[in-house]
Design a protein around this ligand. Structure first.
Ligand code: HEM
Length: 439
């Protein structure tokens, strides 16, 4: 039966099982090593499932763009994720996903986002007032905290208590850590009845919904006029019925926006500062370009944009994703049945020497010299196709404003330690220790 298919070379079930620990200890290293061995596309066998991992941009575009209708997010992530974070955009599929995406997309249009800029600017400026300076500052928790505040403030234009912010932050963190282990180590499930781990995390998921509902209700009860994402979501109506989302759907989508938006942006900011600290002449050039501009034209600053794009290439926060084939499919000489999971390895594409000159160097100039590069079919910082990141313009606006205000006041230097790559749901650094001084 399986003879009609032609999988890429790769690991048998036994080999995949024997190497599971090696993969879990250092997934990026393991996938890189496997690609050195088998080529840019290879197969792994997990239980009865075949996974095809690839850093071939044509294959990735085939799955995410050209033939996207044949693919959806696997149950392994979508159904499982929805149990803890709700059935928002990231964890839904098919017609339901499409209807939600059409409803929510307009709220993230560039023109709509302009209404949030003042809020974003204020939150960043307030955060920088007491920003620490010194010889050894770990900026990772600070960037994480900042991105969380900016997102919460953009979603709900109300002041939340420190306690609520801390509880929200903690639950998101705990659920993400649980979920990544749950997906990566299927055997853990056998122990849940004894450890009570699943039950306690489902409880945390419930508590999260409760907290979000309280915030939504508090925000709705206020008579002020708001310019936040919640207002846009509440007033969005479905094309077919003219109705708006139910309360449950609203909670789902708000949860997903927070979950998909804050860690990715916090990580991206951390890697970006690390790259700028490691490349003093680039930092100086960026500071010149910021000093010569105003905050109103920050989104038009080509050098600043290039620094962000280059950092997202070299340290791709969303380092991978996955899709399952709904029907049999072929790509070049490969043929595989429905149920096969394709795993695009964005991190590998972005560091491939065949695709990028000086692939391992931080060179923002490449994005200045070639303006089309940001749309090239080998660049996937926000994914590709119809499920591409809905918050990309929001994230870019936040990061650009942050760079503007930060480098107006501060200068940074790398000290000896190099951050360790921590590829969890997103690629985070273990820490980013920098010397920070006022300019
Ligand atoms: C630098 C920051 C960010 C990065 C690197 C990033 C990256 C990505 C990527 C790669 C995807 C596609 C995943 C896939 O194809 O499976 C995605 C999807 C998504 N992102 Fe982002 N993201 C960022 C910020 C944000 C923000 C700020 C928000 C919301 C405010 C957001 C909301 C979402 C949502 C809801 C999806 C799911 C879209 C769908 O499936 O229709 N992201 N993101």
């Amino acid at each position: 039966m399986s003879n009609q298919y032609n999988y890429p070379k790769g690991y048998s079930l036994l080999e995949t099982t024997l190497k599971a620990n090696e993969f879990l200890n250092n997934p990026i290293n393991f996938v890189n090593k496997s690609m050195d061995k088998f080529g840019e596309t290879y197969t792994a066998t997990v239980g009865t499932n075949k996974l095809i991992l690839t850093k071939n941009p044509d294959f990735i575009n085939h799955v995410l763009r050209k033939n996207h209708k044949n693919y959806m997010r696997s149950d392994m992530t979508a159904k499982r994720g929805a149990q803890f974070f709700g059935r928002g955009l990231l964890f839904s599929n098919g017609d339901y996903w499409l209807r939600q995406r059409r409803l929510i997309q307009p709220a993230f249009h560039r023109d709509k986002l302009k209404g949030l800029y003042q809020n974003i600017q204020q939150t960043i400026q307030d955060y920088l007032v007491d920003f620490p300076t010194g010889e050894e500052i770990d900026i990772y928790p600070l960037m994480h905290d900042l991105s969380f505040r900016v997102l919460i403030k953009s979603l709900f234009e109300i002041e939340l208590s420190k306690e609520v912010m801390a509880e929200l932050n903690q639950i998101f963190e705990e659920l993400s850590v649980f979920l990544i282990k749950d997906v990566n180590m299927p055997l853990r499930k056998l122990f849940y009845p004894f450890t009570g781990e699943e039950r306690s995390h489902l409880k945390k998921g419930k508590r999260l919904r409760e907290l979000i509902l309280n915030i939504i209700n508090e925000r709705k009860a206020s008579t002020e006029e708001f310019h936040d994402i919640l207002a846009l979501l509440i007033h969005s109506t479905y094309e077919d019925t003219g109705e708006s989302m139910t309360e449950e759907q609203l909670i789902d989508e708000v949860q997903i926006l927070i979950s998909a938006g804050h860690e990715t942006t916090g990580n991206t900011l951390s890697w970006l500062l690390y790259n700028l600290a490691s490349n003093p002449s680039t930092q100086q050039k960026l500071i010149h370009s910021i000093d010569a501009s105003t905050v109103e034209d920050v989104l038009e600053n080509d050098y600043l944009k290039a620094c962000i794009n280059e950092s997202m290439r070299l340290f791709t926060t969303s380092w991978t994703t996955e899709r399952v084939a709904m029907g049999d499919d072929t790509f070049e000489s490969y043929a595989y049945p429905k149920g096969t999971v394709v795993v695009p390895f964005f991190f590998g594409v972005h560091r491939d020497q065949k695709l990028w000159e000086d692939a391992l160097l931080f060179k923002p100039e490449r994005f200045v010299e070639d303006k089309k590069l940001v749309r090239a079919k080998k660049y996937f910082p926000f994914g590709a196709g119809p499920r591409m990141c809905i918050g990309n313009n929001f994230a870019l606006a936040e990061i650009s404003h942050f760079l503007f205000y930060f480098f107006k006041s501060f200068r940074i230097e790398k000290i000896a330690s190099t951050p360790k790559l921590m590829p969890l749901l997103t690629l985070r650094p273990d820490q980013v220790i920098l010397k920070i001084e006022r300019r």
